[in-house]
Design a protein around this ligand. Structure first.
Ligand SMILES: C[S@@+](CC[C@H](N)C(=O)[O-])C[C@H]1O[C@@H](n2cnc3c(N)ncnc32)[C@H](O)[C@@H]1O
Length: 299
């Protein structure tokens, strides 16, 4: 006979305290539709710590010694669903129209640096997809706009004098570790077509490893989007399927921060189910062939 696990009661006031703490720490808001998920994860973490009440757990989280437990709780509350080439119409818009515009604009100014930030990168499929797309876009751009710089041999992924910096950040250390490893099983590769697999992956046993050259373009780091200290001077920010877990006030604050983190005329890409409508008038919407992006409006 299996003895049912004894659950410690989570009272309404305790739930409110913990809900508010999570919101203040990372911006995630658990409304009635998602509160069960929060309750479930809190039960699991309480059990893991061996504490006997949620109030004691709250006290731990807000203490100096509780920093690592707070990180563990936040990590347990994130939804990390992602995939390579997610939202193809939007990626087409990014690669064929927006990158082309940025490269032309930058070349005219002799500015050869392209900065891309994947905010909420999960296990890395998004920044690696962007890296592959940028490599291809630059090679194609170079073909049509050759520059008087000697091309080293073998041909590098990024033709000189261009420099590409791809930053990928998340609040969860475990997804960042997986992203950094850059190894994916077959079932994560369904959306990666034949040509991309051949050029940008090595098959290692039953997994696909991102090739070293692509990996070296991407720098992974911890950033909590709730804080004010976020990476600046980006030409493009992808923050897709992250804001849906925030409430409206937090979404507005985040979009304002993204405005400041972008270079003039920079672009913001958000998820398919997200929109800036009613949240900000500082961006111009670009919609082409079912793909959407937002460009910073200059005052
Ligand atoms: C659903 S995944 C989206 C992954 C990828 N952007 C995509 O669209 O495929 C959301 C990611 O946002 C991260 N996240 C949630 N809140 C965050 C915060 N406050 N700061 C940074 N990352 C956060 C989660 O850890 C998770 O990996």
């Amino acid at each position: 006979m299996v003895t049912p696990a004894i659950q410690i009661v989570l009272t309404e006031p305790e739930l409110k305290l913990l809900q508010t703490l999570v919101y203040q720490e990372c911006g995630m808001y658990f409304d009635e539709r998602r509160v069960h998920f929060l309750q479930d994860r809190l039960q699991r973490r309480l059990k893991a710590t061996g504490l006997d009440s949620f109030y004691s757990y709250y006290r731990l989280l807000t203490s100096r010694e509780g920093k690592s437990e707070l990180a563990a709780l936040l990590e347990n509350l994130t939804v990390n669903e992602t995939s390579f080439f997610r939202n193809k119409p939007q990626l087409e818009l990014f690669q064929k129209t927006i990158l082309e515009e940025i490269l032309h604009r930058k070349q005219a100014r002799r500015d050869w640096t392209l900065r891309f930030w994947s905010a909420g990168c999960s296990t890395g499929q998004e920044p690696y997809t962007a890296a592959m797309q940028i490599c291809d876009a630059l090679a194609y751009y170079y073909l049509r706009n050759p520059l008087p710089f000697e091309m080293p041999s073998p041909k590098p992924l990024i033709p000189p004098p261009w420099k590409v910096e791809i930053l990928a950040s998340d609040i969860s250390y475990s997804v960042l570790r997986a992203a950094q490893e850059g190894m994916y099983p077959e079932h994560h590769m369904e959306s990666v077509d034949y040509a991309y697999r051949l050029r940008y992956f090595d098959k290692m046993g039953d997994r696909y490893a991102i090739k070293k050259g692509v990996k070296e373009l991407v720098h992974f780091d911890f950033h909590n989007l709730k804080t004010e200290f976020l990476p600046q001077r980006n030409d493009v920010i992808f923050c897709r399927n992250v804001m849906i877990y925030f409430d409206e006030a937090e979404q507005k604050r985040l979009i304002d921060k993204f405005y400041r983190c972008l270079n003039p005329e920079g672009y913001l890409f958000i998820g398919h189910a997200e929109s800036l409508f009613g949240l900000s008038d500082k961006f111009k919407m670009i919609h082409l062939n079912n793909g959407t992006a937002y460009q910073r409006i200059e005052a």
